[in-house]
Design a protein around this ligand. Structure first.
Ligand code: FES
Ligand code: FE
Length: 449
């Protein structure tokens, strides 16, 4: 019996605190979860030209997202083949060659070993440059501008991995007027380190609407673009009439979305500025026309794509990666998305709003981080660790609902995290891809052994 089966008891809804604090569990996660699952690396809009690169991470390792001379996109391990030094020291830029600062081996943007100092006198006949390219991910896919990669050559293609979570993620990635793709990453990436286990953040974004009390003060002040006089009330009314859904998917992903009432009225939240107001009104109408009234009703709030990529689907619209640094340290990277062809005024407006809302100085997100910090500390105590966490919310009571694909619940439940940890356990047990894609699942997570 694996130790992970004992730590994750779904039948009883109990999860060991150990998984949020143990160094050993963490090391095993890096090996078993982060080398197999599909991870978000960056966005094409960050590297539009040949020679452009953006330094990213996969698990705890540095990688380079690069566009070569022929415009092909690559993801390389940012580690010299000679002694492992970082061959790319910068966050982003443009280059002809990645030159290692240690002994100056250099690599092309296709990853080929190009220059070796004193090659003729020291290496001729000993070293075949062909064999010493940068290490490249075996699996890389670009989806609506987002770049995803996996270190597992046997991983299924990204669409199979994503499954029906696609419908929800799509709405975060598509332009506001309903065109497919059409988004770009706004300015730099927000990066900061949170003293918490990465799973608390990932889990929160699976649709933990139950924690909204944490944001009560900020909700009362009303900082969002919808907070201007009278508007918030009208928008809240619409949201109250909406059918909220919490949906999880075989791959371990989970979302909280809503089906808005039919013929949802356009709530003009930006009336102070005619350019912005007109842009969003235009988007609203175009979107309805393109998607049809039915599909246009779906509004995705938050979601997590297993294991560590979360998103906000409405404003603020972004992807957030929870990079694992250690059992008690997570580096958050937030990529804000805007319509690439929106007027500059709209982009500026959204940039300011995003900064006010998100990140370490954002008025909403600091509430969440405070929770995760203490939950992590609470997972470490000698006495505390003898008592598991409670994941029993609506345990065994979730009626499958057929409103849309996936395991749908129409009230908040912990079914999404139960499914997430069920998959997490399968990865930790070294399961095959059929299991990881849920092909052997007979029942929802709350009934699962
Ligand atoms: Fe890169 Fe030696 S470590 S050249
Ligand atoms: Fe929150």
């Amino acid at each position: 019996e694996s130790r992970y089966n004992a730590m994750i008891n779904l039948r009883k809804g109990l999860i060991s605190r150990e998984i949020f604090s143990s160094k050993e569990v963490f090391e095993e996660e890096l090996e078993k979860v982060f080398t197999r699952s599909w991870l978000f690396v960056g966005h094409e809009s960050q590297i539009p030209n040949p020679g452009d690169y953006f330094t990213s991470r996969m698990g705890a390792e540095s990688v380079i997202l690069a566009r070569d001379k022929k415009k092909k996109v690559h993801v390389f391990l940012n580690s010299c083949r000679h002694r492992g030094m970082k061959v790319c020291q910068y966050d982003h830029g443009n280059t002809q060659l990645f030159t290692c600062p240690y002994h100056s081996w250099s690599y092309t943007t296709e990853g080929k070993l190009f220059g070796v100092p004193q090659f003729k006198s020291l290496y001729e006949g000993c070293l075949d440059k062909e064999d010493w390219s940068l290490i490249e991910v075996p699996k890389m896919e670009i989806y609506k501008g987002t770049v995803w990669a996996s270190w597992d050559k046997d991983a299924p293609d990204f669409m199979t991995y994503l499954g029906d979570a696609k419908t929800h993620l799509d709405l975060a990635l598509d332009a506001r007027d309903g065109r497919e793709g059409g988004s770009e990453v706004l300015f730099g990436v927000h990066k900061w380190i949170i003293p918490c286990n990465w799973k608390f953040a990932a889990e929160n974004f699976l649709g933990d609407t139950y924690h909204n009390v944490s944001h009560r003060s900020v909700d009362l002040i009303g900082i969002g673009p919808s907070a201007e006089a009278g508007v918030k009330g009208r928008r809240d009314n619409e949201l109250e009439k909406a059918q909220h859904v919490w949906v999880n998917f075989p791959g371990g992903h989970g979302v909280h979305s809503a089906l808005m009432p039919e013929n949802t009225e356009f709530v003009d939240t930006y009336r102070d500025n005619p350019v912005i107001a007109e842009y969003f009104r235009h988007c609203h109408e175009e979107r309805k026309r393109r998607m049809g009234a039915e599909r246009n009703r779906l509004v995705p709030f938050v979601g997590t794509i297993f294991p560590n990529v979360s998103f906000h689907g409405t404003q603020p619209r972004n992807l957030c990666v929870w990079h694992p640094h250690g059992p008690e340290a997570t580096e958050a990277w937030r990529f804000f998305l805007v319509d690439a062809d929106a007027p500059q005024e709209v982009k500026d407006f959204l940039r300011k709003y995003y900064m006010r809302y998100s990140g370490p100085a954002g008025m909403t997100e600091q509430d969440d981080m405070e929770n995760w910090n203490y939950a992590t500390a609470g997972s470490r105590g000698v006495i505390a660790k003898r008592y598991p966490y409670n994941y029993q919310q609506s345990l065994g009571k979730v009626q499958a609902d057929h409103l849309m694909p996936g395991n749908v619940s129409t009230q908040v439940s912990e079914e999404n995290p139960r499914q997430f940890y069920r998959r997490w356990r399968d990865y930790m047990n070294g399961a095959d891809w059929n299991t990881l894609l849920g092909r052997h699942d007979q029942q929802p997570a709350s009934f699962a052994e």
